[in-house]
Design a protein around this ligand. Structure first.
Ligand code: ZN
Length: 291
């Protein structure tokens, strides 16, 4: 099992820079990085580096670190107007360009939230998502790029449980569309282990590792900020069950990627944050996976 780092962990650390993250991940033996689009957009706008600088870094044969995913195209579904739908596809075109430059073969897509123009049922949401994803696949397939839906375990998200994301992916029926299984989001709206146990592990493209404080489902304060390094005091997630289930169903992603968004961890330096994330991920894999 390889080690991954998601920039959710350090995006608000002082003087954050994606370019610096690449060097630091390399230094601490990380194999893969999920690059956060909000970091890219903000730092390129500030003139910290260019996409070409990042491309040159990944093209350097001395570097071992690879980009696992572009994280993310947000609010891809349940658009009201054709204009809004077209804007999503135009954004996808731009992201594909970036991925091609950075040798990245996966785009994470995040569902829309707080829908007000209609009150869709889960069936309505599935039908819409399947249509949008099939159109996206046509754009991504020629580049060998996969799409990974990250269901978000918050009440107002249109796709907020594993089983609903799985039904969408199964109906799309493309080997290039799968799921990002984020443990925090799985717990957040009480997705069922029964559905995960029945799923085909090949449908899970990305595994986001984290712990979380034991706060109620749907509580307003049950946010990403409650995430923890796994097995820290107060973490309530059943890590052995997650790992054993992923093994049993044949997860082939081969990367365990740390993703927390804890304000306390943003007080660390970028280097200390990445060092700790790498250590916690490695320890987790040794404890629950490679044994
Ligand atoms: Zn995640």
């Amino acid at each position: 099992m390889k080690i991954g780092f998601n920039e959710g962990c350090n995006r608000f650390c002082e003087n954050h820079s994606v370019l610096e993250d690449l060097d630091l991940c390399e230094k601490y033996g990380v194999d893969f990085i999920d690059i956060q689009s909000e970091c890219l957009d903000r730092e390129i706008a500030a003139g910290k580096y260019t996409i070409d600088d990042l491309a040159a870094w990944f093209a350097d044969p001395k570097h071992h670190l690879k980009m696992l995913s572009y994280n993310a195209l947000v609010f891809f579904n349940m658009k009201e107007t054709q204009e809004e739908k077209d804007a999503v596809m135009a954004e996808l075109d731009k992201i594909i360009d970036v991925c091609n430059k950075l040798q990245c073969k996966m785009i994470v897509v995040v569902p829309s939230m707080d829908i007000e123009w209609c009150q869709p049922t889960i069936d309505d949401i599935r039908k819409d998502a399947v249509e949008v994803l099939r159109e996206m696949v046509k754009k991504c397939d020629p580049h060998g790029i996969k799409l990974s839906i990250e269901f978000i375990g918050q009440p107002t998200m249109t796709i907020n449980r594993f089983e609903d994301a799985l039904a969408i992916v199964e109906e799309v029926g493309s080997p290039n569309v799968g799921i990002t299984l984020d443990q925090y989001h799985f717990h957040g709206q009480a997705s069922s282990f029964e559905s995960l146990e029945k799923a085909d592990g090949k449908r899970i493209f990305i595994w986001h590792l984290n712990g979380v404080e034991n706060v109620p489902c749907g509580a307003k304060y049950n946010t990403d900020e409650k995430r923890l390094w796994p097995d820290e005091p107060g973490d309530c997630l059943p890590h052995k069950r997650f790992a054993d289930t992923l093994k049993k169903i044949g997860f082939e992603g081969d990367v365990c990627t740390m993703e927390v968004f804890r304000p306390d961890y943003y007080k660390l330096t970028n280097e200390e944050n990445i060092k700790q994330a790498a250590e916690h991920t490695r320890a987790h894999v040794a404890k629950y996976w490679d044994n």
